[in-house]
Design a binder for this molecule. Structure first.
Ligand code: MSP
Length: 636
């Protein structure tokens, strides 16, 4: 990440729906990224906003008996308020009905018109009123809109067109010369895929007789701009294109990045670069594309009730926890599935247990055994250096991950560090050292390491868990967080430390989870199984296995296909752990398997064995070894 100036935008959201989980997911990612860049000390500017024109808005307003402006004011207000409540740190909020936006859209259109890149022509095609767009023959499914599954209307009308086709070859070359222009790579490939077909010119207007609620074309007031020409320009209108200082600093100097969902890849990956190029404006630096949240496997926009309900979990379980879940559970670029059960599982395992317990234990021990003050560090032994080395490693991994918007990887790296510190507490056992006055110097060194780890955690988790980070920093007397302060040894001996008893209280699933989320596994656990003679148990052959490769089983939410090595033998095991483990994260791990099960076919794949894992209240943990032993070792 060489660039020290960073301008990030989210999509501007349509005001035909109130803010929901999907919008929140995108805005939270943007916010985490910008908080991270500020933490690095980078000049950071974060923009979000609302997309307020179009037929649908006008119709909804008419139905509600209010003016379109009154309707958009209300919903834009709801977005603004939601982001405030969630602690989103956007620097500006752009609305497409603002005069500053309208002026830039008109200037942009005029420029392209003057250059001969906008012409008047006739177009006939199949139109979906829901999407406000025409569909090509190829896109139509059974004569219907592929998105809404409703009938399309054939519309023939005169309109203004942008000569997009003229820029097809240029765009292909640009994508080829700049492999990182769209990431993850699958989306770059998808855009290159669109460009394998001849690019059509883009209809950019609608006659006023059909669409009133829009920005009039500067060269023909009988027409208004159509969705994308209006919306995309927000990214430069908000920062004062063409002469504003922000525009020059952030855009013209090449620091702009967009964050979008995969649903709007084509407008951002094809229309926008060609529009910019035609207008003689430099391109954005990078387009970052995230996947979709699904609920129960279905697309979220199709089940709006669920989405709203899911969003209410923010208030039920806290904004930090919600944010953490969204950032941790989604592999950037891929779809992820939201469930209250998985949410509570993560909250209990990662937040209450790994993080909350550590903070509570460490602060309590410094208060109880160190008189509430950071002791002198003493001389660090090998056990202590493991912690400082792990911190430096985590900081590097977080930086690498954030370069790719891979929030899940950044968090996994921080959690590895938490694991190291948790194990350090257990192995150094300050409670035992405290009993022996001769071990005072060692106890001090341990308490110092813990205090310093807490200070580091209070910095590292800031982008992801800002409230918890603030509480931790307050407890260890740390000031404004900066990545530059992560270097080991920053905490000053004598600093007063406060106890932090419960950063994330455990959620008791029985009490809290909604009935559907609770359902799984109930009843089975209650009855204790009959006792068996030892010979019965000996029939089960348990072995250590090393995971060589892992992948998701297509069309299955739960199953992973693992290639494991048991002794010299390599075999395939299908395991129901996909909701708890990323396949790549398992590679190289030693696990325990039942080696002598009869083969079974799962989703058409033959599984030879079974992976052992423990589960509790929605959290699943694979059995692993306390010491490293070769694959094939017998477990008894
Ligand atoms: N107004 C356009 C965007 C114009 S940008 C110049 C629009 N608005 S939208 O309200 O539909 O928001 C789309 C964006 O919201 C997606 O690209 C994505 O970032 C986010 N999401 C909406 N639903 C989502 C999910 N179910 N899952 C994840 N993100 C989703 O398109």
């Amino acid at each position: 990440m060489a660039d020290r100036t960073f301008y990030l935008t989210t999509p501007i959201y349509y005001v035909n729906s109130r803010p929901h989980l999907g919008h929140a997911g995108a805005t939270i990612m943007g916010d985490a990224m910008c908080r991270y860049r500020r933490l690095r000390g980078d000049r950071t500017y974060f923009l979000t906003g609302t997309d307020e024109h179009g037929d649908k808005i006008a119709q909804a307003a008419a139905k509600a008996g209010v003016t379109p402006q009154a309707l958009v004011d209300e919903i834009a207000g709801a977005f603004r308020e939601t982001w405030r409540r969630l602690g989103i740190t956007n620097d500006d909020f752009i609305r497409t009905t603002e005069p500053r936006h309208r002026a830039v859209v008109q200037a942009f259109l005029q420029k392209l018109h003057d250059a001969g890149d906008i012409y008047f022509g006739e177009y006939g095609g199949w139109y979906c009123y829901g999407c406000e767009r025409f569909y090509t023959e190829k896109e139509i499914v059974d004569g219907k809109c592929p998105d809404h599954q409703t009938a399309l209307t054939f519309i023939k009308e005169k309109n203004y067109f942008f000569r997009m086709s003229k820029y097809q070859d240029w765009l292909i070359k640009h994508l080829e010369a700049n492999p990182g222009f769209i990431q993850p790579e699958r989306y770059r490939n998808e855009v290159l895929g669109f460009l394998r077909e001849p690019l059509q010119d883009l209809s950019i207007s609608r006659p006023k007789s059909r669409l009133q609620w829009g920005i009039p074309l500067p060269f023909d007031d009988q027409y208004v701009t159509y969705v994308w020409f209006d919306a995309l320009i927000n990214y430069i209108s908000a920062i004062g294109y063409p002469d504003g200082a922000l525009y020059k600093e952030l855009w013209a100097a090449g620091h702009a990045e967009h964050l979008i969902g995969k649903d709007i890849l084509k407008p951002h990956g094809v229309y926008w670069p060609t529009m910019l190029h035609a207008a003689g404006i430099p391109l954005y630096r990078r387009l970052n594309v995230h996947g979709y949240w699904t609920i129960g496997g279905g697309k979220m926009s199709k089940s709006i009730g669920n989405v709203v309900e899911a969003f209410q979990l923010t208030d039920k379980y806290g904004h930090d926890a919600f944010r953490y879940f969204l950032l941790r559970e989604m592999t950037f670029g891929l779809d992820a599935s939201f469930s209250e059960e998985a949410f509570v599982g993560r909250l209990n395992a990662d937040l209450a247990n790994d993080l909350g317990n550590l903070v509570s234990r460490a602060t309590t021990m410094i208060v109880n055994f160190g008189g509430g003050r950071v002791p002198p560090p003493g001389s660090a032994g090998a056990e202590d250096t493991v912690v400082s080395t792990a911190l430096a490693q985590a900081a590097r991994s977080v930086d690498d991950a954030m370069e790719d918007f891979a929030f899940q990887r950044a968090l996994a790296a921080i959690w590895e560090f938490l694991g190291v510190v948790n194990r350090y507490v257990d192995s150094s056992a300050p409670w035992t050292l405290a009993k022996d006055p001769a071990k005072r110097a060692r106890l001090d060194a341990v308490l110092y390491t813990l205090a310093e780890s807490l200070r580091a955690i209070g910095i590292l988790i800031e982008p992801f868990l800002p409230d918890a980070a603030g509480k931790i920093r307050a407890a260890v007397g740390a000031g404004a967080p900066r990545l530059a302060d992560l270097g080991w040894g920053g905490i000053v001996p004598g600093t007063s430390i406060q106890r932090v008893p419960a950063l994330f209280p455990r959620i008791e699933a029985e009490k809290s989870l909604s009935p559907e989320a609770r359902g799984q596994g109930e009843g089975k656990a209650a009855a204790s199984p009959a006792r068996i003679p030892i010979d019965e148990f000996r029939k089960v052959e348990l072995r250590v296995a090393e995971v060589l490769a892992g992948e998701r089983v297509p069309k299955s939410k739960k199953l992973l296909k693992l290639t494991v090595k048991v002794g010299e033998e390599v075999r395939t095991i299908v395991a129901g752990i996909a909701e708890h483990y990323e396949p790549e994260a398992l590679v190289g791990r030693k696990i325990v398997v039942v080696a002598n099960l009869e083969p079974a076919k799962l989703m058409g794949i033959e599984s030879n064995g079974m992976v052992l894992a423990a589960s509790h209240e929605g959290t699943l943990a694979l059995l692993s070894l306390e010491k490293d032993l070769p694959p094939g070792s017998k477990v008894s």
